[in-house]
Design a protein around this ligand. Structure first.
Ligand code: PHE
Length: 335
């Protein structure tokens, strides 16, 4: 067999062997077999030396090419084995993959949105930092009005701006943006400059709704609120409306629901009254409609505001708002 034929044969065998190799250690052995110090090819230059000059050149370059090809085979196969040689141990317990989920507050807000969407409302959003006009003036609470004391405000930038004290601040901006008729709700964080205890936090969540049309009235408000509570608590709780004062509604109402803990028999949570206060509401004041540039002789409607945390605490029997707002995983993972 000529040297050229021998080189060809070596290539054919190498190709076959490198293709069928299954592990990295076998691959290293193959490399030694073909290109190691004691291999046939390592000894090959001494055979070339004995050739005529023409032959020397030809066989020499075939030899170099073959070495390069084998090195390439080795490199490609090594890459492939490193990528695919993952060992599976089916006895070994797997690593737990932790998947995050929505916080109870977000879950509840989405549930509330779903119910109001079914009742024909559109979900809107608005800024958390607003100006004094949006939070107070447009809502019939002028600078020196004693009602401003109802909301302990966190001011920003020398009183130019403030952290919204209630989601009702969306009323005039949303009326200006979308016009009337409208049925919209918003939910989100509000802020108060307030000491923290079991039932108060300096930030908490509210939901506000507004419905304005030519004939939107208190009867509609009653229907919407009753349907909402029925779907939220999945039971038929009595809903009670009492007169209440908020500068931006006239008449103004406080809304109570039958205590879900004692079923109106009277307990510590409802202070033996059988009812729990959950919302403020009323017919939108002409002043607010005027602030939004709406013809208040033609259009009218109702507005309401709920404490979202309050609803969650009632639904799940949570007695401390601080746990609800903490990042305590033992609490969060229960929902
Ligand atoms: N914004 C009021 C509050 O923070 C609640 C409310 C909303 C009352 C809408 C009437 C109408 O207490």
């Amino acid at each position: 067999m000529s040297l050229e034929e021998t080189l060809n044969k070596i290539w054919q065998e190498a190709e076959k062997e490198f293709t069928s190799v299954k592990s990295l250690s076998e691959l290293e052995n193959l490399l030694i077999k073909y290109l190691g110090r004691k291999s046939y090819l390592a000894n090959f230059p001494s055979l070339i030396k004995k050739l005529e000059i023409e032959e020397k050149r030809k066989i020499g370059s075939l030899y170099n090419e073959l070495k390069r090809k084998i090195e390439n085979l080795y490199r490609q196969k090594k890459e492939f084995l490193l990528e695919t040689n993952i060992k599976f141990d089916f006895e070994h317990p797997g690593r737990e993959i932790k998947v995050g989920k929505e916080h109870l507050i977000s879950q509840t807000i989405n549930k509330i949105f779903d119910i109001f969407i079914q009742l024909g409302f559109s979900v809107v959003d608005y800024a958390q930092i607003v100006d004094e006009k949006e939070n107070f003036d447009y809502l019939n609470i002028p600078p020196h009005h004693p009602a401003r004391d109802l909301w302990d405000t966190l001011w920003v930038k020398n009183r130019e701006l403030l952290f919204r004290t209630h989601t009702s601040c969306f009323q005039v901006p949303v009326l200006k943006k979308y016009g009337v008729p409208i049925r919209a709700i918003i939910a989100g964080k509000v802020f108060r400059y307030e000491a923290i205890d079991k039932t108060h936090d300096f930030e908490f969540y509210q939901l506000d709704g507004i419905s304005i049309s030519e004939n939107s009235n208190l009867g509609h408000l009653k229907y919407v609120v009753e349907k909402f509570f029925e779907r939220f608590f999945k039971e038929n709780l009595p809903v009670r409306f009492r007169p209440g004062y908020f500068p931006f509604v006239e008449p103004g109402l406080e809304i109570d629901i039958g205590c879900i803990f004692c079923k109106q028999r009277g307990c510590i949570i409802c202070k033996k009254t059988g009812f729990i206060e959950v919302a403020g509401a009323g017919m939108v004041h002409d002043f607010v409609l005027k602030s939004a540039g709406i013809d208040y002789k033609k259009y009218q409607g109702y507005a309401f505001g709920f404490g979202v945390d309050r609803l969650i605490m009632l639904e799940h029997g949570i007695d401390d708002i601080r746990i609800l707002h903490s990042s305590d995983l033992r609490f969060i993972r229960q929902f």
